[in-house]
Design a protein around this ligand. Structure first.
Ligand code: NDP
Length: 223
């Protein structure tokens, strides 16, 4: 893959960023555009995302791609949930008919994750900070996805024995260690399968970005 990186200074204006996106939208050599978020406060994230042509939106954050995921007719899926679906499929875990619980409802992870599990015929519950009796809900899960952003948030007593546990969290402890949202050491003892942090969902996210870019390039040849 040919790739170009634009490391813009923090003072970059909205107009400058939008005109770069416009240029890349029109560049035949470029099939995928990713704007690294979060943006500095003076930039409007929404209009920046909306400026990316949906066919080149390999992050799948543009409302057109978000809508397509909702109806189950999509080219791109946000990279983290896509990577998780790939992990599930490659591990031979069947989603159909399973009780799936996703803790977290962000646009990047939680919501698309729930939609993808639903498209695979899972029975899906999405939890968030206002969910009551969270433990009672997570304990019902055959497939539990934690995307909260709090170290060791999912404890052993929140997990059904034999459950597939997917840890999306990336939390930096004071000692510099990177840990997930799941208390791996204890949950591992009862889980049917579990992803580690680091080395689980993270690398899959990057792989899916490559996959989306490949899809975008392929689609550009078809059109
Ligand atoms: P957000 O902060 O956007 O979302 C966190 C979600 O967790 C929110 O929906 C929030 O609920 C929910 N939440 C917070 N506290 C609780 C609680 N006490 N009980 C139940 N739910 C709660 O985070 P992201 O989705 O962007 O990321 C989540 C984690 O995944 C982070 O650690 C992030 O670093 C990591 N991540 C990892 C990636 C990878 O490649 N491995 C990629 C992207 C993210 P509410 O909506 O009510 O506020």
């Amino acid at each position: 893959m040919h790739s170009e990186m634009f490391a813009l200074p923090e003072e970059t204006t909205q107009d400058e960023l939008l005109s770069l996106i416009e240029k890349l939208n029109d560049d035949q050599k470029i099939h995928g555009i990713l704007v690294q978020l979060p943006l500095p406060k003076h930039l409007d994230e929404k209009s920046v995302i909306n400026a990316i042509r949906p066919e080149k939106d390999v992050d799948a954050f543009h409302p057109v791609n978000v809508g397509k995921i909702m109806i189950g007719d999509y080219d791109f899926v946000p990279c983290t949930p896509a990577g998780i679906m790939e992990l599930i499929a490659e591990s031979g875990v069947e989603v159909e008919g399973k009780t799936c619980v996703v803790v977290g409802r962000s646009n990047i992870v939680g919501k698309p994750m729930s939609m993808l599990l639903l498209h695979k015929n899972g029975t899906v519950t999405t939890c968030h900070s206002r969910t009551k009796n969270l433990k009672e809900v997570t304990k019902t899960a055959d497939i539990l996805v934690a995307a909260v952003g709090k170290a060791n948030f999912i404890s052993q007593d929140m997990v059904k024995p034999g459950a597939v546990v997917i840890d999306v969290g990336m939390n930096r402890l004071e000692n510099g260690a990177l840990v997930g949202d799941v208390d791996f050491e204890n949950v591992e003892k009862i889980a049917g399968a579990i992803t580690p942090v680091p080395g689980g969902v993270g690398p899959m996210t990057i792989a899916m970005l490559m996959k989306n870019t490949f899809t975008a390039a392929k689609n550009s040849k078809i059109k």
